[in-house]
Write a protein that binds this ligand. Structure first.
Ligand SMILES: Nc1nc2c(c(=O)[nH]1)N[C@H]1C(S)=C(S)[C@@H](COP(=O)(O)O)O[C@H]1N2
Ligand SMILES: [Mo]
Length: 413
């Protein structure tokens, strides 16, 4: 459960937001004209090995440029070696539609709660700060299509490497408390969220995502204005966004403008057919062309990565070498992270570092002694529910929910 914040933190939140409003996120375009600033190696099957880096986006440091409009910015993987929390200026960015407001006045921007409720309510982010109890929760935000670029056969969509994920301490209020203030009526089924971004093409549907009403009221789903002690950057949803712990980021609506309580199932395009997975969680697996029942994507599955050694790294042979990384349990905490140096025949435990809560990245480390030559390191995570990463990757046409034990080839010399 999220814990309650102190008064001084409330004051800090307000100050952070005032600063964010004051620096005028109002560039005329989201990116300055000269975009590329060097390249980075990001080998994907069948793809170019080099990607452009950019520092041209407001409030963002050096990022992998996947797409300019709408902005798709990937976190360079070495950033995850810096700690359990992803620096805000390196946190990945993903928008569906190109019309993203380039400046927002947080004193004027309102979120409306409407639909199957006793009273329609409007809140600025400052109203939320004043009226409701503050909560803080560490949680991983991962795009449904993170690692899509590794799918074979290839699938259409943002060809992400593994950098469409990030971990932050989110501060905000419970969606439950906001819904209670509006008074959800009996017969409510779902809660639909929509942001302030718009499609360029007339008639194309705005992104709208719905959660079951009990999920929306579970006391964990929150409306956040702060990540890792900073106001949300514009590109990560300033002034407020939804945080849905343990669920894929497609539900984490940014620049939250409408919260609608529905008494009918949401059948909008973005719930169906978009963002659907084969109905065999946790695998989300099928054969190309297979006819299979699908359901909306939902809870995340465990993943783990080595962060201190990139593919092709040279490490010392016949002496202890540090291997370090991150893991997350998906919709629950990490129980165990194990390493294999023999292709998965045997597994050795690793040491888990500080526990920041069940939805957070958890750092781990161990030491290996490798014989000289080409070696492969494999890492696997098991979560508290006993769910363990599989040895073979899944496939589905959306390129969603990649889950497989990751391998890193190194040279011991
Ligand atoms: N308003 C709005 N919210 C949105 C989206 C969007 O296009 N518009 N994309 C969603 C998807 S698919 C992802 S992966 C996350 C990305 O969050 P981030 O950009 O803060 O990393 O935002 C989600 N929330
Ligand atoms: Mo996404």
């Amino acid at each position: 459960m999220p814990h309650t914040r102190s008064r001084s933190t409330d004051a800090l939140s307000r100050r952070l937001l005032l600063q964010a409003g004051a620096i005028g996120l109002g560039a005329t375009a989201l990116a300055r004209p000269s975009l590329a600033a060097g390249t980075i190696r990001l080998p994907l099957p069948g793809g170019a090995d080099e990607r452009a880096l950019t520092s041209a986006f407001p409030q963002k440091g050096s990022m992998i440029l996947q797409r300019t409009r709408p902005p798709l910015l990937e976190t360079p993987f070495s950033v995850y070696d810096e700690g359990a929390f992803t620096p805000v200026d390196r946190f990945y960015v993903r928008w569906h539609w190109a019309e993203v407001p380039t400046s927002i006045d947080p004193h004027k921007f309102e979120m409306t709660v409407s639909g199957h409720v006793e009273r329609e309510l409007k809140f600025t982010v400052f109203d939320l700060m004043r009226k409701f109890r503050h909560v803080e929760l560490a949680a991983v935000n991962q795009c449904s299509g993170n690692s899509r670029g590794f799918f074979q056969p290839r699938v259409a969509g943002g060809e992400w490497g593994n950098g469409a994920m990030g971990n932050a301490r989110w501060v905000g209020v419970r969606l439950k408390d906001v819904l209670d203030a509006a008074g959800v009526k009996a017969g409510a089924l779902q809660v639909q969220c929509e942001g302030a971004d718009r499609p360029v093409v007339a008639g194309a549907p705005n992104l709208k995502k719905s959660l079951a009403v009990d999920h929306a009221r579970d006391g964990e789903v929150m409306i956040a204005w702060q990540m890792n002690d900073q106001a949300l950057p514009l590109l990560n949803g300033f002034p407020m966004r939804l945080v849905v712990p343990g669920w894929y980021a497609t539900y984490w609506t940014k620049m939250l403008q409408h919260v609608r309580v529905l008494d009918q199932p949401d059948t909008n395009f973005w719930m169906h057919p978009a963002y659907e997975i084969p109905d065999n969680w946790p695998r989300a697996d099928m054969k190309p062309g297979e006819q299979i029942k699908t359901v909306p994507i939902n809870r995340m599955v465990p993943r783990s990565f080595i962060t201190n050694l990139a593919a092709g790294a040279t490490v010392g042979a016949a002496r202890p070498e540090l291997v370090r990384g991150i893991a997350f349990g998906g919709d629950t905490g990490v129980k165990q992270v194990e390493l294999s140096t023999d292709g998965g025949r045997s597994w050795m435990p690793t040491r888990l570092e500080v526990d920041h809560g069940k939805y957070s990245f958890r750092q781990w480390h161990t030491y290996v002694v490798l014989d000289k030559g080409a070696r492969t390191l494999m890492v696997r995570c098991t979560n508290i529910d006993g769910l363990r990463q599989p040895m073979t990757p899944n496939w589905n046409p959306g390129g969603f929910m990649r889950n497989v034990v990751e391998s890193t080839a190194v040279m011991a010399a």
